[in-house]
Design a protein around this ligand. Structure first.
Ligand code: RFL
Ligand code: PHB
Length: 397
């Protein structure tokens, strides 16, 4: 079996890249190790930047998002029992974000592939990627109990942090940067209307909490917990009581409780692999970089990578020029490191490490107070949160 672009991984990055390539008349095969139901129901991100929404619309996967997505014009920061709203449009020249779950993005993209009959194979476990420095790299995978080989002009690893593609790049030719944080998030889904119109990011002496949402009837909330926490240690009442304590604010506000339908713990990590290309193997999305979720950047970075990459493949096909492809890694890494810094900033400003000296807590509060008091500081946060247009980043690079 041969294809122009072999895509490993059917998460948001792989699925969107497949759509964009097919729109440019470039053939591809997508290999995903999990089954369709698993991929469609994996609970993850919820915030889409405008550029992400534009990319989904442009490839024809924006119809339900248009109908069901919630447009958000700001976020609330809570600290010191005070509340401060960051207004995006007035601070960023009119930009805003959308609340639309990653599960729904993935369902929409898979439905699109189904309509267009893309070769998208579920339960196709890639075991090796070989020949990065040849003209014809190959992918070994197991599907329906048979070992198979896919030869490609290019292989794109969209296989997430635990994927195999990154390891196909020789260790001497890549550099991995990493930071592990001393806390995790306990995330819940609850069948209760959100207690707020916009997301609340709360700094408290008891730890960080985030109130997000999936729809007007489903809330998504997170609590900072120690690494290694077992969700079984957190019965529902304990979770609601702790959320109440961390969101406590002077004035009128009540957190509504409801049945919890999902509970999971996720560790927090920052990592970047450089470069994002080696010969004919390219990395995109979580396969190349991870951010802690505090800045809501993971999914948006994955989308930005594949938009840049799809343009590069289109240029190669139309003009035989590899300029954009040659620039792919540098173009993306610029945006990636900006998002890494923002995610690190949000994480370390809002989480309270149980071991941290009181001095650090005072610095965090001083920083949050600065965002509340200064239009410049608020604009810096808002610009990063809503994200830059993808074309601008590409043009500047
Ligand atoms: P994905 O979504 O991880 O998709 C990678 C896909 O590759 C498949 N795969 C393989 N397929 C074939 N052969 C192999 N050998 C394979 N190995 C792996 C996997 O099954 C999977 O389907 O990466 P992608 O497409 O780059 O998308 C990135 C986003 O998913 C990610 O950045 C965000 O969801 C990050 N993230 C969150 N971001 C937020 O902004 N807010 C969140 O609340 C949030 N929660 C999360 C998250 C990431 C998590 N991970 C990766 C552990 C919660 C979790 C648990
Ligand atoms: C979510 O809705 O899952 C979400 C929102 C904002 C974040 C992280 C997660 O910063």
């Amino acid at each position: 079996m041969h294809t122009t672009v072999g895509i490993i991984g059917g998460g948001p990055a792989g699925l969107l890249l497949g759509c964009l390539l097919r729109r440019s008349g470039i053939d591809c095969v997508i290999l995903e190790s999990r089954d369709r139901d698993y991929v469609e129901h994996r609970q993850r991100a919820g915030i889409l930047e405008q550029a992400t929404v534009d990319a989904l619309r442009a490839c024809g996967a924006g119809e339900r998002l248009e109908r069901e997505g919630l447009v958000h014009d700001g976020i609330e920061l809570r600290f010191d029992r005070r509340s401060h709203r960051v207004d995006f449009p007035s601070l960023t020249g009119g930009r805003r974000v959308w609340v639309y779950a990653q599960t729904e993005v993935v369902k929409d993209l898979i439905a699109l592939h189904e309509r267009e009959s893309t070769p998208l194979r579920f339960q196709a476990q890639v075991t090796a990627v070989e020949g990065a420095d040849t003209d014809r790299p190959l992918v070994r995978f197991t599907h329906q109990g048979r070992d198979q080989v896919l030869t490609c002009d290019y292989v794109v690893g969209c296989d997430g942090f635990h994927g195999v593609t990154r390891t196909a790049i020789p260790a001497v030719s890549r550099r991995d940067y990493e930071r592990i944080y001393p806390y995790s998030w306990l995330g819940i889904l609850a069948d209760v209307p959100p207690s707020c119109d916009e997301l609340i990011y709360a700094h408290s002496p008891r730890g960080f909490a985030l109130h997000s949402m999936r729809s007007t009837t489903v809330s998504r909330l997170y609590l900072q917990v120690p690494n290694g926490t077992d969700p079984a240690e957190w019965p529902d009442e304990r979770i609601w009581d702790e959320l109440d304590a961390r969101f406590a604010v002077d004035g009128d506000w009540k957190l509504e409780r409801g049945p919890i339908t999902d509970k999971s713990v996720l560790p927090m990590r920052s990592s970047v692999t450089e470069p994002m290309r080696f010969g004919r193997i390219l990395l995109a999305g979580d396969a190349a970089h991870i951010v802690p979720p505090t800045g809501a950047k993971g999914l948006n970075l994955a989308v930005a990578d594949v938009v840049v990459l799809a343009r590069a493949f289109a240029q190669l096909k139309e003009t035989a020029s590899s300029d954009l492809l040659d620039a792919y890694s540098d173009t993306c890494l610029r945006r990636v490191w900006r998002a890494e810094h923002f995610s690190y900033f949000m994480t370390t400003t809002l989480h309270t490490d149980p071991e941290q000296p009181p001095f650090e807590t005072r610095l965090q509060l001083a920083q949050l107070d600065r965002v509340a008091a200064s239009r410049h500081a608020a604009a810096e946060l808002a610009e990063n949160y809503v994200g830059l247009p993808i074309a601008q980043i590409q043009h500047e690079a």
